[in-house]
Design a binder for this molecule. Structure first.
Ligand SMILES: Cc1cc2nc3c(=O)[nH]c(=O)nc-3n(C[C@H](O)[C@H](O)[C@H](O)COP(=O)(O)OP(=O)(O)OC[C@H]3O[C@@H](n4cnc5c(N)ncnc54)[C@H](O)[C@@H]3O)c2cc1C
Length: 560
């Protein structure tokens, strides 16, 4: 990696990436023309082009990650007199691989994308593009980057977090190493509920109030969002365990964003300080057995009753639904199904906390709420519940937003999910860091055919790719968090969620693969990382739904 002019390399990378973006824009315009009905992009037409939409959404997410990584590398390069060359080296490799991935997709389906071989070849085959791509993709170069990554024991250079966020990272990172990691294996293998040994100190550290303004009892400075702080903490805790710590913030994050958007002042004053203290713990009940991705369709009925509402129906996958004392429940208050998402309202449902895999909450008036934990292959520690509401009474004051909130539940849920998406990207990054660290250390120790496996070219190339992808996901997550703090970043939050979660599956797979048979043993933490990573692309917006309904739709609508 020595003797390379990184200023020039980064400039070349940016130029090649821009050319690729031009081709993607052309494909989006083509898709727009194919999906317009009466001058508007029609949902049914988009559905007729799902493959093209999906591939363009993924390509756009990858190019955006590459942009962010290039900016990060440039900041590192210009900050120090003797800059660390690794971020620039990784950024260049990442850009080259992204450009080739995108080109492969465009080349495979010229009819669908409206971009011909001549255009792709012109972009990739120019002398300038060739001068960048050929050396970056050469096996010997990838091998040398991987050797450097291994020699540095996975240190990917400065993360450029400011003092405040570095302090948060160090504090919660220590907690993850000293408290969470030693308990994580037992929680996973025995399917235990997260113990007070983890919850109590996190309450004291203020973790449950990270996204709640100070004036409502949280840690966030009033009038100034700190999404970046929330995701730095999430990343560190997820490094310790996805199920036993890193996902604890998701629920208060979603609930507090929904409350801040739609709650009455009295509801905010009452609930936010309690949520910030982690007493009660909370859970989110949106998904139903027949409605997951299609949130607008949910059917759980809320019918008016004396002083409140009666809930009837089923929810599923309500994570932490047993331990939680407060459930955020999306229900249909308007019987007219034609109202679709406008017939939904959000309720704050109180219940006693339970550590068990089954629970039952009977009410004096005959109502009942029962729950049963669903056995899962990973993501253990919080337990995800099927819930059955049977004439379960909820007081009128617990409808989010009061009378004005009736019919607004879908919008409150969406406000909550924007925070959940970026938070899930940070969970993926934390999990990848844990897997990457194990992969590097095992590759250095394990001797096969008389050599450590880290000495082989193929292992080094894997480590180089893992490092580049990890750094890209991490820096993209940070950058999108900053954008969200400035009031933007909604679409980018979906893109980074899509990209980081898919990447976590690949990276944990490779980390396990490097361990050979040992990786498949339950006693190896990498087997847990692999099982845990699999859920990331399913919840907080399934991969396909985000790609098709959020990212591709927005990109096509915006296309020229
Ligand atoms: C461990 C775990 C924890 C969870 N925790 C919670 C929680 O706390 N609260 C909560 O409310 N929910 C939770 N969920 C539910 C989660 O949000 C849903 O599983 C998710 O939204 C997907 O819904 P579904 O399972 O019904 O899948 P479906 O909607 O049935 O989708 C099945 C598949 O079809 C794809 N698909 C969907 N629509 C389309 C389309 N138009 N075109 C092409 N493909 C499509 C999906 O992407 C997916 O791959 C959790 C899930 C899991 C697994």
């Amino acid at each position: 990696m020595t003797g390379i002019d990184y200023q020039q390399t980064l400039r070349q990378a940016a130029a090649v990436l821009e050319d690729m973006r031009g081709l993607i824009d052309a494909a989006l315009s083509h898709l727009k023309a194919a999906t317009l009905v009466d001058g508007r992009v029609a949902a049914a037409q988009l559905d007729a082009h799902q493959l093209a939409c999906y591939e363009l959404a993924v390509s756009w997410a990858e190019c955006t990650a590459a942009d962010f990584l290039l900016k990060h590398a440039e900041r590192v390069r210009t900050r120090d007199a003797a800059p660390d060359p690794l971020p620039a080296g990784l950024a260049a490799v990442f850009c080259a691989e992204v450009v080739m991935n995108c080109a492969g997709r465009l080349r495979a389906r010229p009819r669908d994308f409206g971009v011909g071989e001549a255009q792709v070849s012109a972009a990739l085959g120019s002398p300038a593009a060739h001068a960048f791509l050929e050396p970056q993709l050469a096996a010997a170069h990838l091998e040398s980057v991987g050797a450097e990554v291994a020699a540095r024991a996975g240190d990917l250079g400065p993360d450029l977090l400011g003092e405040h966020h570095s302090m948060m990272r160090d504090t919660f990172g220590r907690f993850a190493d000293e408290v969470v990691a030693p308990l994580a294996e037992q929680i996973h293998r025995e399917d235990l509920i997260i113990p007070e040994a983890i919850l109590a100190p996190l309450r004291e550290m203020g973790m449950f109030g990270l996204s709640i303004p100070e004036s409502y009892g949280g840690l966030q400075e009033d009038g100034r969002e700190d999404t970046l702080g929330m995701i730095v903490v999430t990343e560190e805790l997820s490094r310790g365990s996805l199920g036993a710590a890193g996902s604890l913030i998701t629920r208060p994050e979603i609930l507090s964003r929904a409350l801040l958007k739609g709650g009455t002042e009295a509801q905010k004053q009452h609930w936010l300080p309690l949520v910030a203290q982690g007493e009660p713990l909370c859970a989110v009940a949106v998904t139903e057995p027949n409605y997951g991705s299609d949130v607008a369709g949910v059917r759980l009925r809320a019918t008016p009753a004396e002083g409140g509402w009666l809930l009837n129906g089923a929810k599923t996958w309500c994570t932490f639904g047993g331990k939680a004392g407060l459930l955020l429940v999306l229900a249909r208050t308007e019987p007219d199904l034609a109202l679709a998402h406008r017939g939904l309202s959000m309720f704050l449902v109180e219940k006693p906390a339970s550590d068990s895999h089954d629970f039952e909450v009977p009410q004096d008036g005959g109502g009942r709420l029962t729950g049963r934990a669903i056995a899962t292959i990973g993501y253990r520690g919080m337990h995800s519940f099927e819930l059955f509401f049977d004439d379960f009474f909820v007081p009128a004051e617990n409808m989010l937003g009061g009378d004005a909130g009736r019919g607004q539940g879908f919008y409150y849920a969406m406000a909550g999910f924007a925070g959940g998406r970026i938070q899930t990207a940070a969970r993926a990054v934390g999990l990848m860091r844990a897997a990457f660290a194990r992969a590097i250390s095992y590759a250095g120790e394990r001797v096969v055919f008389n050599h450590a496996i880290a000495d082989y070219q193929l292992t080094r190339v894997k480590l180089a790719r893992m490092a580049a992808l990890l750094l890209a996901c991490r820096q993209m997550t940070y950058e999108v968090a900053r954008q969200m703090d400035e009031g933007g970043g909604d679409m980018a939050a979906s893109a980074v969620k899509l990209f980081a979660c898919k990447t976590a599956e690949w990276l944990t797979r490779e980390a396990l693969q490097i361990h050979g048979g040992m990786g498949y043993a339950e006693e190896s933490p990498v087997s847990r990382y692999f099982a845990d990573a699999r859920v990331l692309s399913i919840f907080e917006g399934a991969e396909e739904t985000l790609a098709l309904k959020v990212i591709a739709r927005a990109l096509v609508e915006k296309a020229a």
